[in-house]
Design a protein around this ligand. Structure first.
Ligand code: FEO
Length: 411
């Protein structure tokens, strides 16, 4: 990877986490994920967010710093927008090379800087709105933006060039190559790819903090922004409002309504619950409502979360397992709760053997999600013609409801 010049005195450096890894140790990234670092060089030099201490990421960033004549010895400031180790894992070792470089972070980040990195000296806790002058008509202004993505998060703004360094906010999954770093350098297909990956990143990483995203967006309204430089994904130079509007939409889905689409998640032990899936989907499609279909435990939860997040309707197909929910579906519901997949229209179907129980547990498990359920279709043993017919009708009914309820502002 090579350093990319953004404008006079401002550079983008980066590495890509390879597809074989799990982001945060949880989330599948079949197309990788970039970690971006930025450098602002005036009379003083500031590095904005470092990188993870993984593979040869430190070696790669060192080489990219050298390309622009920056060494640890001539760095004056490390700007720590966020202390999650994908951006700060290398901080402790890096700063040992020049303990005089000053760490700028929020007050809440100070103990994290100590406990993750062992750094206790030359740590400056910013005041909200504080300005750091770097000389040569370059400065950085800092804004606390808590919980996008951790409580200690802030963003840095370069007023002379109207550039926002937003760290996790406005980020996405997906590797970024040095010849396609900016939004105006990528094809329509790549834009579609990064749109999907931004949604998945949002649903996996940021979703549960959507209230804070809305507050953060409100706070940024007063800034004149011509470029957004996130720490994951592409730089928005041609049209930064695209990603801002996208994040505003994603955040709004928590309170609902989301989009006129339905996500069907199903699992089956011996095929009896599975027999209704096709009928439910036929019913939904009869109303021309798009369907996203996932089977558990086979399909990845990160993808399920993304489509569930943007869908106004959810269908759950699962049998009872030992008096309770089919365990892979219990895991999905648990993640729906953790990520606040709320305010949906929903429907559940499924079989049971000697006893039911999934229905009761599902009711308890979804209490705080504010879902409105249609009447379930549940049966003992193998489904008959009545259940198959009801599945079609209930799918259709849900699709009609979703069309009435869903938001219009989706793409
Ligand atoms: Fe990219 Fe919350 O770290």
């Amino acid at each position: 990877m090579k350093t990319v010049k953004i404008c006079e005195g401002v550079y983008r450096l980066g590495v890509n986490i390879d597809p074989g890894n799990l982001f945060e140790g949880i989330w599948a990234i079949p197309d990788g994920t970039s970690i971006n670092t930025y450098v602002v060089k005036g009379d003083k030099t500031a590095v904005i967010d470092l990188t993870q201490d993984k593979d040869d990421f430190p070696g790669s960033i060192n080489a990219q710093l050298e390309e622009i004549g920056v060494t640890p010895e001539n760095i004056d400031y490390i700007i720590v927008n966020h202390m999650e180790p994908d951006h700060s894992g290398w901080l402790g070792e890096f700063r040992q090379k020049n303990p005089a470089m000053e760490v700028y972070c929020t007050k809440k980040a100070v103990p994290l800087v100590e406990h993750f990195s062992g750094v206790t000296e030359n740590v400056h806790a910013i005041e909200d709105g504080e300005v750091l002058d770097l000389g040569q008509d370059l400065s950085l202004q800092f804004f606390e933006t808590p919980n996008i993505h951790w409580p200690e998060t802030m963003m840095a703004y370069l007023p002379q060039q109207k550039i926002l360094f937003s760290c996790d906010a406005f980020g996405s999954y997906g590797s970024v190559e040095e010849n396609a770093v900016f939004d105006d350098e990528i094809s329509d297909d790549q834009h579609a790819f990064f749109e999907k990956e931004a949604l998945r990143y949002y649903a996996n990483i940021v979703a549960s903090f959507s209230t804070f995203v809305e507050r953060g967006l409100k706070k940024l309204e007063g800034l004149d922004i011509s470029m957004i430089c996130p720490s994951h994904g592409i730089i928005w130079r041609e049209n930064p409002s695209v990603i801002v509007e996208r994040y505003a939409r994603y955040a709004s889905y928590m309170k609902g309504p989301a989009c006129p689409e339905i996500t069907v998640v199903w699992g089956s032990m011996y095929g009896n619950t599975a027999k209704l899936v096709t009928e439910v989907i036929k019913g939904i499609r009869s109303e021309k409502v798009p369907v996203h279909q996932y089977q558990v435990p086979e399909d990845d939860i990160g993808f399920i979360l993304a489509d569930a997040w943007r869908s106004a309707g959810i269908v759950l197909g699962m049998p009872t397992y030992e008096y309770k929910m089919f365990p892979p579906m219990a895991h999905v519901i648990d993640d729906f709760n953790r990520k606040k997949v709320q305010n949906k229209k929903a429907f559940r179907f499924g079989s049971f053997g000697w006893s039911g129980g999934a229905e009761k547990e599902l009711g308890t498990a979804t209490e705080s999600l504010k879902w409105e359920f249609l009447e379930s279709v549940e049966w003992q043993g193998a489904p008959g013609e009545d259940e198959l017919k009801m599945a079609y009708e209930r799918g259709k009914e849900l699709a009609v409801l979703v069309k009435e309820f869903a938001g219009k502002n989706c793409d």
